[in-house]
Design a protein. Structure first.
Lengths: 322, 502
């Protein structure tokens, strides 16, 4: 027994210092806290493939969906901090901290950071026969007709729900909110003219806008998009401070060595610099984060500022997911 | 004719040697995973997704589509042989298919399922090709009120036709509805009946429930008494259906194809109803409704055709709107996006080769499936002769892997165990699992659409009768009720969901 313990000790001593340099020595699991095939999963698979090439080890995407992404995040929070379990999550990481009052982990203190991956812009859209012709007209029309209009979203905590809450606050007009189970059915009803307005990520809206099946009014980013140069930003049309993007970041469990996070971050930057990734993201109406943003410090700052920003918005709306 | 030139283009794309090979790989894999209990198309496609990145977009989609409808085929094999449906549609096949197998007619049941599916697949593929755009326009007319009325019709059809054990069938539907309530309420975010377990926040896993109440319960029941099984294996009849049986299946297959094609188009859950609706129709039209639940040929032929027709036409919303009708379609969208094709209303005009290539490949794939599966029937039936002590642990292990792979959630495995026991208890009390499953899938849709319709109408309940399609569906539901409760007709009706132990 003593011998065995000794051997074990020797083994750990041997591997410990070599750990960070040799990382990664085996397959890495990237947890995506949403179903396969969704926009977040797509982003994850795009970067995971390129990061695998750079790291020389396969990154396997594992979908651990459920409870607005908090199940997957919780699983990673509890995982061994050895760099072989990473989490790719979006803005929901910050909003869940307020939306869920009984989270199994303390969001700002349960993770280490690798970097930002992409910030997906959102577009304010409406059914194709919605009366206003431009965003200024849209604002006036919505303010005048208020609660006779419906605002669709893909469920509590979804990107479209967050943007919708912000839109109603910015317009100081409550609309009739119609939640759906996911973006697919919400978009179907908007296409069919069953609902009036929605605000959703370009990943979901771009092809429909181009196909003329829905009407776009404004983008939610500080600057206009190359994709839709004619669409104004919400801010330039008079909604001061109205800015939302669905930012995605990669996290590791608390206690993961800094060298490992650095290594992953470098690999993320390489993946984001890849032309194929840039093109695939452009098709979705988004762009890879810059090398400066794809760093641990940038993601940490983003998460902290977003938790602080959404807390009052969610509390004012009084909606919680538990 | 533009249609013919389009189809010709599609067949030239799908008929290339490489694409034929991918189609074959897809349907082969699909059949295999469909036959493995509990492992569904969703998990398989998710696992294979990374491999497809290296392929041409058309090839990868042809392969993924092949897995999808191949799994539909294979899924009915387990439903017939071991009473283990992997998805809601094959739950219906299990009712009469498994009874046929118990009477030694497993070969016939499998052949009928394969031929019926092939016919339905052929017809609905052409429906997709010819009518995709106009059908999409109809699908978009279905709002919350229409879906609610459709679900009412579905529930009424199944419950109202139940007769002898109407109380038990009703109780099972209600229990199913209650189980369907588990999870987060999408309108308020309030968790319901989750007992504080976050893993159930998104509801109970369908596969876990189905595998439990059907499969595990059946295994427990079989372990009580092995003589039953000897009958099953000793009396295996010839594998292919007789001329007379073929003639019997024509009507059910035609009707099933019609019902399935229409319901499959609706992205909000129409396809779920396809096989249930077909079963109800067949039972209602049958001269011997008592046969149903005892191994009626029509009870396999109709629902299997409806199921496959629905699976094909559910591609319509995906291809014409870029909107997924189910989780498998959502995965295919993910695959397309990674390939640089963002699905949307313009795919037909911007990527005609992709669109028509996939449609042509669906027909080729269906042909491959029938050619592949008819000879395999002998092999599947032989599986029944595998001794219990080998077969059952394998089934249990496969189920556990399959259920776990859906969401990597250990709580789904606890659910399998729980529902296995519940299913066993139910079989002791002579309650049928099929109405429970129907309640479980329809209940949440019913509630969701009822509440959404009420929100959209600002609380005005007349929305259900002032919208024409919804009113029509409700009238049909009323008509079914009246028909059933007219006494003289009533005499001729038996329960829909009987699968008594006789």
């Amino acid at each position: 027994m003593k011998k065995l313990l000794g051997a074990l000790c020797a083994a750990t001593m041997l591997t410990a210092p070599a750990f960070a340099q040799d990382y990664p020595e085996r397959q890495i699991t990237m947890v995506v806290p949403f179903a396969a095939g969704g926009p977040t999963d797509t982003v994850a698979r795009l970067v995971a493939e390129k990061m695998s090439g750079d790291l020389g080890q396969q990154i396997v995407v594992e979908n651990v969906g459920g409870a607005g992404g908090t199940l997957g995040a919780g699983q990673v929070a509890k995982a061994d901090p050895d760099g072989y379990t990473v989490l790719l999550h979006h803005i929901g990481m910050a909003t869940a901290a307020t939306l869920y009052r009984n989270l199994a982990y303390d969001t700002p203190n349960a993770f280490e950071y690798v970097g930002l991956v992409t910030e997906v812009p959102m577009v304010i859209v409406a059914r194709k026969d919605f009366e206003p012709t431009d965003f200024k007209g849209f604002i006036d029309y919505v303010k005048a007709n208020g609660d006779s209009l419906t605002l669709a979203n893909a469920g509590i905590g979804a990107a479209s729900h967050l943007c919708g809450m912000l839109l109603m606050q910015a317009l100081e007009t409550p609309l009739v909110t119609v939640p759906y189970k996911g973006t697919g059915p919400a978009m179907t009803d908007l296409l069919g003219g069953q609902t009036d307005i929605m605000c959703d990520q370009t990943t979901n809206t771009t092809q429909q806008i181009k196909g003329g099946t829905i009407k776009a009014y404004a983008v939610t980013t500080p600057e206009r998009l190359d994709l839709f140069p004619d669409l104004p930003t919400a801010e330039e049309s008079g909604l001061a401070g109205f800015e939302v993007s669905i930012w995605h970041g990669i996290y590791t469990p608390k206690g993961t060595p800094a060298e490992v996070n650095e290594r992953l971050s470098k690999s993320l930057q390489t993946a984001l610099a890849d032309e194929g990734v840039a093109k695939a993201m452009a098709d979705l109406g988004t762009a890879p984060s810059s090398a400066e943003d794809a760093m641990p410090a940038a993601l940490k700052a983003k998460l902290e500022s977003e938790i602080a920003r959404w807390k009052p918005v969610i509390e004012a709306a009084g909606v919680y997911a538990d | 004719m533009e249609l013919f030139s389009n189809l010709a283009m599609g067949f030239s794309v799908a008929g290339s040697l490489a694409n034929l090979a991918f189609c074959l790989i897809g349907v082969l894999l699909g059949t295999l995973i469909g036959v493995l209990p509990g492992i569904g198309a969703t998990a398989t496609i998710a696992m294979l997704l990374p491999i497809t990145f290296q392929l041409e977009p058309v090839s990868s989609l042809i392969m993924l589509a092949g897995i999808y409808y191949g799994a539909q085929y294979g899924g009915s094999t387990t439903a017939i042989l071991i009473n283990m449906p992997g998805e809601s549609s094959s739950a219906v096949t299990a009712i009469d298919g498994y009874q046929m197998a118990r009477k030694g007619r497993a070969g016939t049941a499998l052949a009928v399922a394969a031929l019926g599916s092939f016919f339905a697949g052929t017809v609905s593929t052409f429906l997709v090709a010819i009518f995709a755009p106009p059908l999409t326009a109809i699908a978009l007319k279905f709002g919350a009120a229409e879906y609610f009325s459709l679900m009412v019709l579905g529930l009424v059809m199944s419950v109202a036709l139940a007769h002898g054990s109407v109380l038990k069938a009703l109780a099972m539907v209600v229990l199913g509805l209650l189980l369907g309530m588990v999870g987060t309420d999408i309108y308020t975010g309030t968790p319901r009946f989750t007992m504080g377990i976050t893993q159930y926040a998104d509801g109970l896993n369908f596969v876990a429930l189905a595998v439990g109440v059907f499969g595990i319960a059946e295994i427990l029941r079989n372990l009580e008494d092995e003589t039953d099984r000897e009958v099953m294996t000793k009396n295996i009849n010839r594998l292919l259906p007789t001329r007379d049986e073929l003639r019997q299946m024509i009507g059910p297959v035609l009707r099933g194809t019609g019902v399935g094609s229409v319901l499959g188009i609706l992205p909000g859950g129409g396809a779920i109803l396809a096989s249930f609706a077909s079963y109800t129709v067949e039972k209602k039209l049958s001269k011997n409704p008592r046969e149903f639940g005892q191994g009626a040929l029509a009870g396999v032929a109709g629902p299997e055709s409806a199921n496959n027709a629905g699976a094909q036409t559910s591609f319509i919303p995906l291809l014409t709107l870029g909107i997924p009708a189910n989780p498998v379609m959502a995965l295919m969208i993910g695959a397309m996006i990674i390939q640089g094709i963002v699905p949307g209303p313009n795919v037909v005009s911007e990527q005609p080769e992709l669109f028509w290539g996939i449609i042509a490949s669906m027909w080729i794939g269906n042909l491959m499936l029938v050619v592949l599966n008819l000879p395999l029937i002998g092999l599947w039936v032989k599986l029944l002769t595998v001794p219990y002590f080998v077969l059952f642990p394998i089934i249990m292990a496969m189920c556990s892997i399959g259920v776990y792979s859906v969401a990597s959630n250990t709580f789904d495995l606890y659910a399998v165990a729980f529902f296995g026991l519940l299913g066993y208890l139910m079989s002791k009390l002579r309650c049928e699992p099929a109405p429970l499953l129907l309640g479980f899938v329809l209940g949440p849709l019913l509630e969701e659409n009822l509440r959404r319709a009420m929100i959209l109408s600002r609380g005005d309940a007349s929305t259900f009768v002032t919208r024409p399609i919804s009113a029509l569906l409700l009238l049909m539901a009323l008509g079914v009720l009246v028909l059933v409760f007219l006494p003289q007709i009533r005499k001729r009706r038996d329960e829909v969901f009987t699968e008594s132990d006789a």
